[in-house]
Design a protein around this ligand. Structure first.
Ligand SMILES: NC(=O)c1ccc[n+]([C@@H]2O[C@H](COP(=O)([O-])OP(=O)(O)OC[C@H]3O[C@@H](n4cnc5c(N)ncnc54)[C@H](OP(=O)(O)O)[C@@H]3O)[C@@H](O)[C@H]2O)c1
Length: 234
């Protein structure tokens, strides 16, 4: 089902994190959708710059985007799994406070501030606020263990999404908040973990994600959704 069936023809979209593999693929797919009347992409280096770990940067971007909204679809596609000196932990002994804080800063606290400010950019008609999460953030689905900070940062992100979905319904009764699992996708984030062999090409994953988003029932304040359209236990 095309996204326009849910969001209406001439829907407006905003993608945050448009430099990343998944963010850029979602942005390009939306640009190609004839029913998407406008899609704006922002990143740390865009004309409207946004660093999700800096609340003043988020507020500045909000001020500039306000006149271009409201948006029927807001997609947040930022995140980290590793960076210089930080790798997913395989065991408890590997936990380091500064690494935990850094992963939470980008994957949880940044998105919390984005939701805080940007929910005001949502249309009061049918609209979606989507944060790219990860299946490994599912508490119920955790069978393998490991990856403490990343798993926990996404589980906490999912709780923020679920909680925001309840509150925002009071003013936006047709908005759904979405924790979206993209599947394994070839990207800078996933490449050290074998995605170059087994991962999806970002454009293919983005096309599947947009189809999955189109199937979300308007009755759902929030949902943990996989790229294949199935739901994931929180
Ligand atoms: N790839 C996978 O297999 C996979 C699987 C499950 C979940 N995910 C999730 O998918 C999302 C996107 O990941 P990806 O695979 O597309 O990785 P990616 O290509 O590395 O993209 C991540 C993006 O996050 C942005 N970012 C990081 N810190 C930021 C900050 N402080 N402010 C603004 N932007 C920031 C980066 O911006 P810069 O370009 O400026 O550095 C980059 O564009 C993440 O949330 C990830 O956890 C990915």
């Amino acid at each position: 089902m095309p996204l326009s069936k849910t969001l209406g023809v001439a829907y407006k979209a905003l993608v945050i994190g448009v430099n990343g593999a998944i963010g850029s693929a979602l942005f390009e797919a939306l640009q190609k959708d004839p029913h998407c009347s406008q899609v704006i992409g922002v990143s740390r280096t865009s004309d409207i710059p946004i660093d999700i770990t800096d609340e003043s940067s988020i507020q500045n971007a909000y001020g500039k985007l306000f006149t271009q909204g409201p948006f029927d679809l807001i997609l947040l596609a930022t995140g980290i799994l590793h960076e210089d000196g930080i790798a997913p932990e395989k065991k408890l002994d590997a936990l380091q406070l500064d690494h935990l804080q850094r992963i939470f800063q980008v994957n949880t606290f940044g998105p919390a501030l984005i939701i805080k400010h940007f929910h005001r950019l949502l249309s009061k008609q049918r609209s979606l606020f989507v944060c790219v999460s990860a299946k490994v953030g599912s508490i119920e689905d955790n069978r393998l263990g490991g990856w403490y900070s990343y798993r926990a940062s996404k589980a906490a992100l999912n709780m923020l999404i679920k909680t925001a979905g309840i509150e925002v319904r009071r003013t936006h009764p047709e908005t759904s908040f979405v924790a979206l699992h993209p599947g394994t996708v070839k990207s800078r984030l996933s490449s050290p973990f074998g995605s170059q062999k087994t991962g999806q090409i970002p454009a293919e994953a983005a096309a599947k994600m947009l189809v999955a988003l189109s199937g979300i029932p308007v009755t759902a304040p929030s949902i943990f959704l996989s790229y294949d359209g199935s739901t994931i236990p929180w």
